[in-house]
Write a protein that binds this ligand. Structure first.
Ligand code: TNX
Length: 529
């Protein structure tokens, strides 16, 4: 195996050195000062766990150590890093802590796979001599987790963050509301801020109990629950410590049944709707000529903006099939304005490109006509997050017989290569228009982290490389080899992955997914075809 066979995503410049390797031994230390210290701490915890070495964090280094340094003048943008490994040690430099975090993920992949182990093993910790200079192609490299159809606890979300960050993915979009459920606490603003007396506490009181129910999923009914505002902050702080930005979504003006079931004033007849568990889409809507609609959206977006550290608020906009076109435009035009007034940049699914977007708005392209997105990007200056369903939808089946996943996207089934062999710069968009790439994981058929991981990996790794590595260093055959090598690391971490049959995996997945029609592990229950 050569040096780069373990690096994923592939760095922009790698120069293996024809020189003796570095061996980390028990007396090694990690050098860091100032903003490099927390990142050094993260590297130390990983290495201490698998090596059993003390690895103290120190200010000055000597031969045999690893050093992390913030060098503000370093080129390549905030997430770039340079890593140099010689017999004398490993030196990592970046302009920011985020860049160092990225470099640490690369260094981690240069160690033997046993570095991912949960307990010390007797391994010689050799790192090949190499010079790496690396920077991302796109600033936004995301996954979306649909916590509305089936809830994921704070701990489960943190676990997902732990896995994704090793591939330098840096954005987590949380789809917080949908027809089946409402997952984020909204406080009662008090009488002055609540002229219509909307019962905001019912959003989670009623809406938080909901979940999807489909006969093919195991178990059929999704999980209930919701995040308090403190939970949301907690997820966000954890994400930030791993260079991940959280993007919260309130889906409007469709996908709102849970809100209609909680708040009578959002309905034209002032009667709450029943909660619903169906996976059907496009059948609910807010009402354009009810003043409560705008009062509600303003309060919700204001509260969400107040607890969101990142620059983005996602306001949905997709599949409003029962909203008349004029009503759609009337509402979404106001919603983007309300969103912008919170001080955040609004993000929406590409349908929302039908309205005049405020400055800084971001369009998430997923499906349908591409022209409105391209036009707004070229003329209006909106940036685009590329999530074309056939190249990024992580909820799609790997195989028609797969027990988990959906199959509505044309061109499927989809394995790692459909998510690898595409270029986000397409149809008139160039890299300047593109903020980045995101893979959505819708959870109609997903009930826990193992099932989620099975759909995510390895396809999310394909997306990570599409988002990070320039076209000039990407190559499917080479990527397939590196995926094979990754198997061992995922297995060491206890991460479930799909054993794509065209990849030579270096280890088996911890739970190779059972075939449809067979009954298997307690975690999965019985899988129906
Ligand atoms: C379409 S993609 C949806 C979601 C579904 C998904 C299932 C998008 C913006 N809306 O409501 O969960 O298909 O793949």
């Amino acid at each position: 195996m050569n040096t780069t066979d373990t690096l994923i995503p592939r760095p922009s410049h790698v120069e293996p050195l024809d020189a003796p390797a570095f061996t980390l031994n028990s007396t090694a230390r990690i050098g860091a000062t100032g903003p490099a210290v927390p990142v050094a701490g993260q590297l130390a915890s990983l290495l201490r766990r698998s090596t059993g070495f003390a690895l103290p964090i120190v200010e000055d280094t000597r031969p045999g150590d690893i050093s992390l340094e913030v060098v503000e003048t370093l080129d390549g943008g905030p997430e770039a890093y340079v890593l140099s490994v010689t017999e004398e040690g490993a030196k990592l430099a970046a302009a920011t802590a985020a860049g160092l975090f990225n470099g640490v993920q690369t260094l981690r992949q240069l160690f033997p796979a046993a570095v991912e182990g949960a307990a010390p093993t007797d391994t010689t910790w050799v790192v090949p001599a190499v010079e790496i200079a690396d920077a991302p192609r796109f600033a936004y490299r995301g996954l979306m987790l649909d916590v509305a159809r089936s809830f994921f606890t704070v701990e489960e979300v943190k676990e997902q963050i732990d896995v994704m960050t090793q591939f330098k993915l840096n954005a987590l979009h949380l789809h917080l509301t949908d027809d089946q459920a409402w997952r984020i606490e909204i406080h009662d603003p008090g009488s002055a801020g609540n002229p219509s007396g909307l019962p905001y506490a019912k959003l989670t009181g009623v809406g938080g109990q909901g979940a999807v129910e489909v006969s093919t999923a195991v178990p059929p009914r999704g999980n209930s629950g919701f995040y308090t505002q403190q939970d949301f902050r907690d997820i966000q702080a954890y994400a930030a410590s791993k260079n991940v930005l959280v993007v919260p979504e309130i889906d409007l003006p469709g996908h709102v049944n849970a809100a209609l079931a909680a708040i009578p004033q959002l309905n034209p007849d002032s009667q709450v709707k029943p909660m619903s568990t169906t996976a059907e889409v496009g059948w609910s809507t807010l009402t354009a000529d009810l003043p409560a609609t705008y009062e509600f959206v303003r309060e919700v977006l204001n509260q969400l903006a107040a607890i969101t550290d990142g620059p983005y608020l996602h306001i949905g906009g997709d599949e409003a099939h029962v909203t008349g076109h004029d009503d759609y435009v009337a509402m979404v035009q106001q919603f983007v304005q309300i969103g912008a007034e919170t001080g955040k940049a609004v993000v929406g699914w590409n349908e929302f490109a039908a309205v005049d977007l405020p400055e800084g708005a971001v369009i998430q392209y997923w499906h349908g006509a591409f022209e409105p997105t391209v036009q707004q990007a070229e003329k209006g200056g909106s940036q685009v997050i590329m999530s074309p369903a056939a190249n990024t939808y992580l909820d799609q089946k790997y195989d028609p017989a797969s027990p988990i996943g959906l199959s509505w996207v044309e061109g499927g089934p989809f394995t790692w290569s459909e998510y690898y062999n595409w270029d986000p710069a397409q149809g008139g968009l160039n890299d300047q228009h593109i903020l980045g790439v995101e893979g959505p994981l819708w959870t109609e058929t997903v009930r826990n982290n193992q099932q989620a991981q099975w759909l995510l990996y390895p396809r999310a790794v394909s997306l990570a490389e599409v988002a990070w590595s320039g076209q000039e260093v990407r190559n499917a055959g080479d990527f397939r080899r590196r995926l094979g090598a990754l198997g061992e690391r995922l297995a060491q971490q206890g991460v479930v992955f799909q054993e794509a049959p065209d990849v030579e995996w270096s280890a088996a997945s911890m739970w190779p997914f059972p075939e449809a029609g067979t009954s298997s592990t307690p975690e999965y229950g019985t899988i129906e075809a």
